[in-house]
Ligand binder design. Structure first.
Ligand SMILES: Cc1cc2nc3c(=O)[nH]c(=O)nc-3n(C[C@H](O)[C@H](O)[C@H](O)COP(=O)(O)OP(=O)(O)OC[C@H]3O[C@@H](n4cnc5c(N)ncnc54)[C@H](O)[C@@H]3O)c2cc1C
Length: 427
């Protein structure tokens, strides 16, 4: 039987694997982590609203019933398309007849990788734990601080980048400060906490229509977020962010900085030795295969795909749709049939801002506020993998809605142990 290797058990890889479930192929799915992660709710783990198992599930258990599939926890370090082998982190080689590369994306600091330790981005569960620890510890250090100016530095949270993740983070952070921690501290007033959202362009949620961006900005401001657009970050230090806006160079004293400004494709794309776009994504052909290698397909965030003349966005529905098509195209190749071109079906965009605040575009319909927020809740629960995960998320959300409390506020480690101060930049 032909051997299909799928690299990545994210949205794209999982959809490809499932499409091949009853096909006469042998499938090996390789992922460097043991779990599939529902990234759209990752910010909830980073802000202590949900625990990790609520939004992740072992890949092995998700695909346990698929008899033609072997799942290996392994990191792919190289791909040799000439010899048709993938090379793992321990130099083991596995050969394939067909390959689907679905390794996703990572953060981009636009050449300032030294900022990564000071302003973590959100992509993996480890990132979420790191951010959660920094947020919770900032309040703890503020409570211990006697100097007013320094206390304010601890209580100023900066989110860089007002895309969907930045907006979600900022909206939730202000809710934690204003509501969740209310009454728990004696020396600080969590109301003193500031959440500053810095955006380089002139509007938040730049991928959305301008009227929805404007509504999102109003909702953020109502919640208490200090939205500053037209601000280009020039430096990040342990205690401050510097940026330039129309009034010149500015300094914002802040000890907790979260990066949500840039995305770069997985470095694995380079291993294929085919043309990449500026973000490092592999420029794929219409049927998602790469030039000169009809047996290699690239999908999801790693693919620079075009559908009906428009670039396909880096979102989970696109990754799933590409995963399905790549798998079907492999079966077509095996059967000696022509492959199909990728056509992206856009079901709309949704971004939450905070409690009862969201914006949505579904087809021609645009709406915001409470109805959009309810719709967002429904969609996210619906698309979560596994009945248990849905139950966990719904019960945690119901609890949080009624009490304003967040269920996952544990900081692992102790200050006299290995736990570094958030401003020391340790992971
Ligand atoms: C914080 C955040 C919020 C988001 N919110 C939304 C949202 O609300 N709606 C939406 O539609 N989209 C959202 N997205 C985008 C969406 O998650 C991505 O578009 C989608 O995950 C892409 O799927 P993928 O399969 O290409 O990659 P991923 O889902 O990222 O999966 C990639 C997999 O490859 C594995 N991998 C990577 N490198 C290797 C390697 N070398 N060897 C082995 N395995 C490897 C990884 O462990 C991972 O499991 C969000 C993304 C983030 C980060």
């Amino acid at each position: 039987m032909p051997h299909v290797i799928i690299i990545g058990g994210g949205f794209g890889g999982l959809a490809a694997a499932r499409t091949l479930a009853s096909a006469d192929v042998q499938v090996t799915l390789l992922d460097r982590s043991n779990h599939h992660l529902f990234q759209p709710l990752l910010y909830q783990v980073a802000t202590a609203g949900l625990s990790a198992p609520a939004i992740s599930a072992p890949i092995r258990s998700i695909l346990a019933d698929q008899r033609n599939l072997t799942s290996l926890m392994a990191a792919v370090s190289a791909i040799d398309v000439t010899r048709k082998v993938v090379v793992l982190e321990d130099a083991t080689e596995i050969s394939y007849d067909y390959l689907i590369v679905a390794a996703g994306s990572t953060h981009s600091y636009f050449g300032r990788d030294d900022w990564a330790a000071l302003a973590p981005g959100l992509k993996t569960l480890e990132d979420a734990f790191n951010i959660r620890r920094r947020i919770l510890m900032a309040f703890e250090y503020a409570e211990r601080e006697t100097d007013k100016a320094k206390r304010l530095e601890w209580l100023t949270f900066t989110v860089i980048g007002a895309g969907a993740t930045g907006v979600e983070m900022a909206g939730t952070l202000i809710e934690i400060a204003r509501h969740t921690l209310k009454g728990e501290f004696r020396r600080i007033d969590p109301h003193e906490a500031r959440v500053v959202l810095l955006e380089g362009s002139e509007r938040v949620l730049g991928a959305y229509p301008p009227d929805l961006s404007a509504k999102a900005q109003i909702q953020l401001s109502k919640l208490g977020v200090d939205v500053r657009t037209g601000c280009r970050v020039t430096d990040i230090a342990v205690d401050a962010v510097r940026y330039v806006n129309r009034d010149g160079e500015q300094r914002l004293a802040s000890r907790t900085v979260i990066w949500s400004a840039g995305v770069a494709a997985s470095p694995l794309g380079r291993a294929l030795q085919v043309p990449l776009d500026r973000a490092g994504r592999v420029i794929v052909q219409g049927d998602l295969s790469i030039p000169d290698h009809p047996e290699v397909f690239v999908i999801g965030d790693l693919a620079a795909a075009v559908s009906e003349g428009k670039p396909v966005p880096g979102v989970s529905p696109a990754a799933k749709q590409m995963g399905r098509l790549a798998a079907l195209n492999i079966l077509s190749r095996i059967a000696g049939k022509a492959t199909d071109s990728f056509v992206y079906r856009d079901y709309g965009s949704l971004a939450t801002i905070g409690r009862k605040a969201a914006v949505a575009q579904v087809g021609k319909f645009k709406f915001s506020g409470y109805p959009a927020w309810l719709f967002w809740l429904f969609v996210h629960v619906y698309f979560l993998i596994g009945f248990r995960n849905r139950l966990l998320v719904m019960s945690d959300w119901a609890w949080a809605y009624l009490t304003f409390k967040r269920s996952a506020r544990v900081i692992s480690g102790s200050v006299d142990g290995k736990l570094a101060k958030p401003d020391e930049g340790a992971p």
